[in-house]
Design a protein around this ligand. Structure first.
Ligand SMILES: Nc1nc2c(ncn2[C@@H]2O[C@H](COP(=O)(O)OP(=O)(O)OP(=O)(O)O)[C@@H](O)[C@H]2O)c(=O)[nH]1
Ligand SMILES: [Mg+2]
Length: 718
């Protein structure tokens, strides 16, 4: 293969709703570029892009697949992404290394939830966009309505470059108002005839041409002046204006295709090679450490790994973007994160599972290699001296959690190994073993995402696993003060044990000061606080230990033992065995025995006294609360709100953002199980949400009763 220079490379991402035709379009692009000589079909499970077994089983893309094609002396690298919202991590990955996104829209269904999501992701990544109206051969195709929806959703920057003359089953012709030509395709697609625009389309084409000229002129002053002088722009001037407009995200061109029959695809590729930015025209990814580099073939070599995959027979495949310099077979680079040396035994361009060895790849190009020792996604390889590190891709945080368990206990260890592999292929799986809950938690994007994981266990690794609801990490605390004392005394044969501790415990609130006095019955009990220890608890919250011993009733050397005893009880609250938090303890009196007192005695006395006091201090269960942001189309607002009320949510605020209604709320974690699925069904997939941990709050009385009963039943079972 020819060595493509940086300016001859175009990196694009195909994004958009599931089923809109990204994979089919990619297939047609590869065919047009002569990379394949027969077009496969998604339904026939023989496309270049959807080559993984799971993609063929599911009938849709699951990973973003790197492909390349060649056109007009340029190389187009394509990342074909999955449209399912749960797989949005792959889209983030693709957007991080490309300079243009094509959002495919199924012209028969118009703007869908996934189209909006793709638009938001492209916005977030600030990537130039082309809207590709596909499936124009569908019976139900309504281009005008789909275009209207697109303008409504994405604004009037959406500008027609092409429109279909005869959308529907007999679709064959596209008017291009940049070229001012009509492309007429044979019934089964292929090479078009390029014709003058027929009289019947002239007025419409002229009007749209003028709109395009205006939009093209708008983005640069010099062009604007030319336009005012001449009243129009030449094709080249328009191209220049469109390019600037696209780069500044002031213009989103509309193109037309029937990917399945390969109509409109060649012309789209021509546009991409002419107008889409070269890799060096995109703002360089931020460098967080080490030497600055330039996206030039002559600079020192550096690559950014955006994806790692594992394939049977091949092993680990490392997908990268050449950020600077030239990467050749045999080159040695150093992983800037680990300091380890890596040798490139080969350099490949990738078209799905077909990899072709090449001599070299220059700055801006995308490719892959195999057999690296331990380099993972988000890492940079460069020279030791440069030590450059590129900013990592920030993957979406998880929205759905399950607990995973092997059907056979003997498989537990294997599960860990498999998960470790899979999380490198899909960074949006977060694996965590919770010591507290004694559960292996898998966090992902939604039920669909976790079903994919299960598919791997079933089909590839042949390990039977179950998903269980994750347990909720409850906490316990107290709501009023209580006193208790305990004498530990043991006389057995030789040396005995003796320790007596008196304490008061009270609820602790952040920033509050220790009290000086408590009422115990009729009596005022003074608290001469001599020292205060503040313990940040590993499970959140605090334990405050106040030493109020006067007159040496307990030796200072026994206080740490008392504290230890208390801590043993904090680990296992008396109500449900959950961790306790936010308690202040005053140890104010006790007794010692000149011979029998020792640390063990005081530890036990401290523990029992604390346990006793806890029981009398109106203990309450606390539950984790999440901060929730939900964005919903306004017509579903009522349903989303009433669903939230059913989840004991506290609504904190409402507003509008990006054409959606935003609700901010606090919701108990317990009630958020499978929220992805519910929100999606309420909003037809258009709702979006994010969650983060807010803190802990007391559960309502009925929930506390329920939990106590459940705990009791669990104890009886054991
Ligand atoms: N009639 C018609 N069908 C099409 C066209 N493009 C794609 N399809 C069909 O639409 C279905 C979905 O196409 P894909 O290419 O898999 O869509 P995708 O966008 O890659 O979908 P995901 O991978 O799930 O995101 C397949 O059955 C295609 O054959 C088209 O232009 N016309
Ligand atoms: Mg696909």
């Amino acid at each position: 293969m020819k060595v493509y220079k940086t300016e001859e490379i175009r990196n694009i991402a195909l994004i958009g709703n599931a089923g809109s035709g990204k994979t089919t379009l990619a297939e047609a692009m590869l065919f047009e570029g002569g990379v394949i000589n027969r077009r496969g079909e998604v339904t026939a499970k023989n496309t270049v892009s959807d080559y993984n077994q799971i993609e063929q089983d599911y009938g849709n893309s699951v990973f973003s697949t790197l492909l390349y094609t060649e056109y007009n002396g340029k190389k187009i690298n394509i990342l074909d992404t999955p449209g399912m919202d749960d797989l949005c991590g792959s889209v983030v990955q693709a957007l991080s290394v490309t300079a243009l996104s094509l959002i495919t829209i199924n012209a028969a269904t118009g703007v869908e939830a996934g189209t909006e999501a793709a638009g938001r992701q492209a916005d977030h990544a600030s990537t130039p966009l082309v809207y590709v109206f596909n499936q124009l051969d569908h019976e139900n195709t309504n281009f005008d309505s789909a275009l209207d929806q697109c303008k409504k959703a994405f604004g009037n920057k959406v500008t027609v470059v092409q429109y279909p003359v005869d959308p529907g089953p007999s679709f064959s012709s596209i008017v291009d108002v940049l070229k001012m030509k009509m492309y007429k395709y044979p019934a089964n697609g292929g090479k078009p005839e390029i014709l003058d625009i027929p009289a019947s389309e002239k007025d419409k084409a002229d009007e749209l041409h003028n709109e395009l000229v205006e939009m093209a002129a708008e983005n640069e002053e010099a062009l604007m002046e030319l336009y005012f002088d001449k009243g129009t722009l030449s094709e080249d001037e328009m191209r220049q204006g469109i390019k600037i407009g696209m780069l500044e995200r002031g213009l989103f061109p509309v193109f037309c295709t029937c990917a399945k029959k390969n109509m409109g695809v060649g012309r789209l590729m021509e546009f991409i090679t002419n107008i889409s930015p070269a890799p060096s025209e995109k703002k360089m990814t931020a460098i967080t450490e080490g030497k600055e580099v330039k996206m030039e073939a002559s600079d020192i070599p550096s690559i950014f790994v955006f994806k790692t995959a594992v394939e049977s027979h091949v092993g680990e495949i490392t997908y990268f973007k050449v950020m600077s310099g030239t990467i050749k077979e045999g080159i040695d680079l150093v992983n800037s994160s680990t300091g380890n040396k890596e040798r490139f035994s080969a350099v490949f361009v990738s078209a799905g599972k077909n990899r072709e060895k090449v001599d070299q790849l220059v700055a801006g190009d995308l490719g892959c290699t195999v057999k690296l020792k331990d380099t993972k996604y988000n890492q940079t390889l460069t020279t030791k001296e440069a030590g450059t590190k590129f900013a990592e891709i920030t993957f979406p945080s998880s929205r759905h959690t399950v607990a995973m368990k092997a059907k056979n206990d003997s498989d537990d260890e294997k599960i860990g190994e498999v998960l470790n592999k899979i999380k490198y292929e899909d960074p949006t799986y977060i694996i965590e073993y919770s010591q507290e809950l004694k559960q292996l938690l898998v966090h992902g994007q939604g039920e669909y995402h976790l079903n994919i994981l299960k598919w791997y266990f079933d089909h590839i690794y042949k390990i039977e696993v179950d998903y269980l609801a994750p347990k909720i990490p409850y906490r316990e605390t107290i709501t009023k003060y209580a006193q208790a004392d305990y004498r530990h005394k043991k006389q057995s044969g030789g040396s005995g044990q003796f320790g007596e501790v008196h304490m008061i415990i009270e609820p602790y609130e952040e920033g509050s000061e220790p009290k000086k006095m408590f009422k115990l019955g009729e009596k005022d009990q003074k608290m001469p606080v001599r020292s205060v220890e503040e313990h940040e608890l590993p499970w959140g919250g605090k334990l405050i230990f106040c030493n109020c011993i006067v007159g040496g009733s307990i030796d200072a050397r026994f206080l740490p033992a008392i504290m230890k005893g208390i801590m043993e009880k904090m680990v296992e609250g008396p109500l449900t065995g959950s961790y306790a938090r936010d308690i202040r303890v005053y140890v104010y009196y006790g007794k010692m025995h000149p011979v029998d007192s020792n640390e063990i005695s005081f530890k036990l006395a401290g523990r029992h006294a604390f346990s006793e006091a806890f029981k009398n201090a109106s203990a309450k269960i606390l539950e984790p609360i999440l901060d929730l942001d939900v964005w919903t189309p306004s017509d579903r607002m009522g349903d989303v709100m009433s669903d939230l009320q059913g989840r004991r949510a506290m609504i904190m605020g409402m507003g509008s953002e990006k054409g959606l209604e935003k609700i901010t709320a606090k919701v108990p974690q317990k009630e958020m199980n499978k929220y992805t699925t519910s929100l999606s069904s309420i909003t037809g997939g258009r709702g979006v949400f994010s969650i983060s941990v807010a803190g802990y709050e007391k559960v309502p009385a009925d929930v506390q009763d329920e939990l106590l009963k459940a705990y009791e039943a669990e104890q009886n079972e054991e």
